[in-house]
Design a protein around this ligand. Structure first.
Ligand SMILES: Cc1cc2nc3c(=O)[nH]c(=O)nc-3n(C[C@H](O)[C@H](O)[C@H](O)COP(=O)(O)OP(=O)(O)OC[C@H]3O[C@@H](n4cnc5c(N)ncnc54)[C@H](O)[C@@H]3O)c2cc1C
Length: 524
């Protein structure tokens, strides 16, 4: 039992108390975040009861579903928005190092989970894929060379290569080479240390572990409200979406892992920490390749540079995916706009999230982010043929017949109060009540890749007392806990080698572009 409030005097609550079930922990949403937090808590505190509520009838139906996101194991090996060029021409890699550090935490947790049987076959959720940054044009080539010089000697980016010759480009990226006009100079930063991750499969494996270890996972259960009780616990009101019946569960700790619906639920909780926050929904589309011959010709995640004035979420990328044992290929994202906070949300979501406390930040962002608005409008106006034209920067001979348009997950970007206005943030943020009784996760990128460090943050902030006691066990799961791997090359190599082996991410040989198909993966 979670005993945090056992010594407090407890008022007998509401008349229907007899109908209220009790649990130690409620997790809202069956996505990667709740699943990760559940798996951590189950191992740290097996005596606590946990109940998970998911509004749909499926696991990971929203952003964590593999085709709703790009499945990139974000470790800043290829994403150029994490290594911006400064006005003096130098490249700032501090953000890249931070993202990479956080991905190493996830990698270690997953490796330990595989070794201890919490997770099953790793190739069902993680596979090695080259991560590549791609630019063209003289200025961009110059930038990429500087980025390479700043990163290649860094311990976390070992083995990165710089490529700027057409022959080598064509050898490594044949699909992108065909028909390319090399009078426009090109360059690549190439890393063989990248991964593709099926976060849906990972979530399902974690949920199977949770279900098997006594966690109640209630599908078709939509959380409608959170009411704080006088003893500091929460009454979580849930509606059964199949029968319409209501259920109230009293929990000592609630995690709101509801994706885009985290903001409205945290608002309903009434905690002061959510005041001043708002959400800016951005929808997305991908082009998914339907031609197996093309899928065969590409084996890398290739990230380009966002157009001038466009936000980081618009960075175009051509991605090999590995889903249910099959290789696939996607290009995108194409941004769009809808007021919904979930792909399966309501048109009233944005309107209903407006509060006295967040209207000024929202209006402030409306004024300062005109570039984003302009970008979204231009994306919305793009015809299907226009979308294929955009892809020609990557695949000069792109043919629309080889691709289908799919709708990706919904991103709800964070708007935070700043001064008298607001600021739009493109990261993720953990919001926790001061008493640690409720926490939730807002935002999108780098998202799922950093789910373990985000959930460790939740544990540290909401359970400061227990965290000390949990630290030895946590260090078994994440041996580098509390240590910067970027400053400890020896430890980095040790945990890298261990996690690579445990997750079956070894490559038979340095690939240099002839990247072999990951073990057990069929080219479909
Ligand atoms: C287009 C796109 C591309 C992305 N690419 C990447 C990438 O390449 N790499 C990466 O690491 N991350 C990526 N991300 C981010 C990543 O997908 C998310 O950070 C991550 O999946 C969020 O997980 P979550 O568990 O918080 O939310 P979700 O997976 O959205 O889960 C939330 C769950 O809560 C449920 N829910 C909502 N409201 C309620 C309620 N009231 N009651 C009960 N249940 C509720 C929903 O049905 C859903 O199942 C991408 C996201 C998008 C949209």
């Amino acid at each position: 039992m979670l005993t945090r409030w056992q010594d407090k005097e407890v008022d007998l609550p509401v008349p229907n108390a007899a109908m209220t079930e009790k649990t130690d922990v409620v997790l809202i949403g069956a996505g990667i975040m709740s699943a990760t937090l559940g798996a951590l808590l189950r191992q740290l505190q097996p005596d606590w009861s946990i109940t998970m509520f998911e509004r749909t009838d499926a696991a990971a139906p929203e952003s964590s579903d593999p085709w709703n996101n790009a499945g990139t194991g974000h470790s800043a090996l290829c994403e150029l928005n994490y290594s911006p060029q400064l006005p003096d021409g130098s490249v700032d890699v501090s953000k890249a190092v931070d993202i990479n550090e956080r991905f190493q935490v996830s990698r270690q947790f997953w490796a330990h989970a595989v070794e201890t049987g919490v997770l099953g076959e790793p190739s069902e959720f993680i596979n090695p894929i080259a991560h590549v940054s791609f630019v063209h044009g003289a200025d961009n080539v110059d930038y990429l060379r500087k980025r390479y010089e700043a990163l290649a000697r860094h311990p976390l980016f070992e083995g990165m290569e710089y490529i700027d010759t057409p022959d080598e480009f064509a050898r490594r990226l044949p699909l992108m080479a065909k028909g390319r006009d090399y009078s426009d100079p090109i360059a690549l930063n190439w890393s063989d240390r990248g991964t593709d991750i099926d976060f849906g499969s990972l979530t399902k494996q974690l949920l199977a572990y949770l279900g098997g270890s006594g966690v109640e996972i209630a599908f078709g259960s939509q959380v409608r409200n959170l009411d704080k009780q006088s003893d500091g616990s929460w009454n979580v009101r849930v509606r059964n979406t199949r029968t319409g019946g209501n259920r109230t569960v009293n929990a000592k700790f609630v995690f709101v892992g509801a994706g885009g619906y985290a903001l409205p639920l945290l608002q309903k909780s009434g905690i002061s920490e959510i005041k001043g926050f708002a959400g800016f929904p951005v929808s997305g589309q991908f082009l998914r390749c339907t031609n197996p011959a093309l899928i065969d010709q590409h084996n890398a995640k290739v990230y380009g540079k966002a157009a001038v004035g466009a936000p980081p979420m618009s960075v175009p990328h051509l991605d090999t995916r590995v889903i249910r044992g099959n290789a696939g290929l996607l290009f995108g994202p194409y941004a769009g706009w809808t007021p919904k906070f979930l792909k399966d949300g309501k048109l009233t979501d944005l309107f209903k999230s407006v509060r006295a406390g967040n209207v000024t930040p929202m209006l402030g962002v409306g004024v300062t982010e005109l570039g984003l608005v302009k970008y979204l409008v231009s994306e919305l106006l793009k015809s299907p043929a226009g979308k294929v034209n955009t892809m020609e920067e990557f695949i000069p001979r792109a043919d629309g017949h080889d691709w289908e348009l799919i709708t990706a997950g919904q991103r709800v970007q964070i708007i935070r109060r700043k001064g008298i206005g607001g600021v739009l943030e493109l990261g993720t943020a953990v919001i926790a009540a001061a008493d640690g009784s409720v926490a939730g996760l807002l935002g999108a990128s780098p998202g799922a890749s950093t789910c373990v460090s985000a959930m460790l943050d939740v544990l540290q902030r909401c359970f400061p007392g227990e965290y000390q006691q949990w630290t030895p066990k946590l260090k078994e799961m994440v041996p580098s806990l509390g240590i910067k791997l970027s400053e400890n090359q020896g430890l980095y190599r040790e945990v890298w080698d261990w996690s690579t082996k445990a997750l079956h991410l070894e490559r038979p040989e340095p690939v240099g572009g002839n990247t072999p198909t990951p073990a057990g993966v069929a080219q479909n």
